[in-house]
Design a protein around this ligand. Structure first.
Ligand code: AKB
Length: 320
């Protein structure tokens, strides 16, 4: 049976993708890894502590399990990256290059790597940003994702590495807490609403951003990884889109179900990051190439989040 390695398995996307891949391929065939952990939420199955900047350790794990596919998710997100630009660059780029070089040398079957809407900067088209819009990112995170896309494309073109990638919008799910992203306010807001706290939003009320519910993100990832290689026309990274909303709009959708919910707006440095990103994304190329389409809109996502957050997080368990 072919083995899969996931790096960053305890992170936002990793927590959910690990569980889904284990349910598809069997627990023993999906090796979860992260710099610490494991946490209680990623389910049972093999787990390895791996620092993706340590190439020898990555090789050791890939060789010992005879891994054929890597989902390389370990990265620093936008807000944290702005506060530690050297480390962000090192983690985001050295980690990716280690994985790509190992994939080339070991002839791995496939690699998945997440890019982000952060590759777009202030001069990209703001609404329905197309696949090929200007990419002049204004953040170190965006620069690292843009460079990463080019590395993926290079390793595919030059060495035939089958690396596939998605430019995720802000991801919202109930299985992990906010993890240093600018769009993570849209995760935190549900926790605060359910805890009966006023939410202090670090963005302006009308800052619209592209977003996606985690179940759609997991679906997109698995669909892209399953599609025949010939159908993939984009080897940098695919635009995908689902929802687009502002803090005021998500707050209104919560208030419909939690009428006592209150929100205050106190924009900080993250407003500038968000202001440099698109409002919404055109994903027509992904729709055409591999039939992408999302299932969740804002209302459905809010219903699901408000239902699952209290079930998933036991009293006193949240440590941010
Ligand atoms: C972030 O906010 O840093 C991420 C992203 C948009 O890639 N969620």
């Amino acid at each position: 049976m072919k083995k899969i390695l996931i790096t960053g398995a305890c992170g936002q996307l990793g927590s959910e993708l690990t569980a889904e891949l284990r349910s598809i391929h069997g627990e023993d065939n999906v090796i979860a890894s992260d710099i610490t952990g494991p946490n209680d939420h990623i389910g049972s199955g093999p787990y390895e502590k791996v620092d993706v900047m340590d190439r020898d350790r990555l090789e050791e794990v890939i060789d010992s399990y005879e891994v054929s596919t890597v989902y390389h998710l370990a990265a620093l997100l936008s807000a944290k990256a702005e506060q530690n630009i050297d480390f962000a660059w090192k983690l985001n780029i050295d980690g990716l290059l280690n994985v790509l070089k190992i994939a080339k040398e070991r002839s791995l079957e496939k690699v998945f790597w997440p890019s982000s809407i952060a590759v777009f900067g202030p001069d990209a088209r703001k609404r329905k940003t197309p696949q090929e819009s200007a990419c002049n990112p204004a953040t170190v995170y965006g620069i690292s994702k843009l460079a990463g896309e080019q590395w993926c494309s290079y390793f595919h073109r030059k060495f035939g590495v089958d690396v596939r990638s998605i430019r995720y919008p802000g991801l919202i799910g109930y299985k992990s807490l906010p993890g240093g992203g600018t769009t993570d306010y849209a995760v935190d807001i549900y926790h605060k609403a359910l805890d009966g706290e006023t939410f202090n939003c670090f963005l302006n009320k009308d800052t619209k951003l592209p977003m996606m519910y985690m179940r759609d993100a997991v679906k997109a990832t698995i669909e892209l990884m399953n599609v025949d290689s010939e159908r993939i026309s984009v080897r940098t990274s695919y635009n995908v889109s689902a929802i687009s909303f502002s803090p005021e709009e998500i707050a209104a959708s919560i208030k419909e179900r939690v009428p006592e919910f209150r929100i205050d707006y106190n924009p900080d440095y993250r407003q500038q990051i968000a202001g440099s990103w698109p409002d919404s994304i055109d994903d027509s190329v992904a729709r055409k190439d591999w039939g992408w389409q999302p299932d969740f809109d804002l209302e459905r996502m809010t219903g699901d989040m408000l239902r699952h957050v209290p079930e998933f997080w036991k009293e006193g368990e949240k440590v941010e």
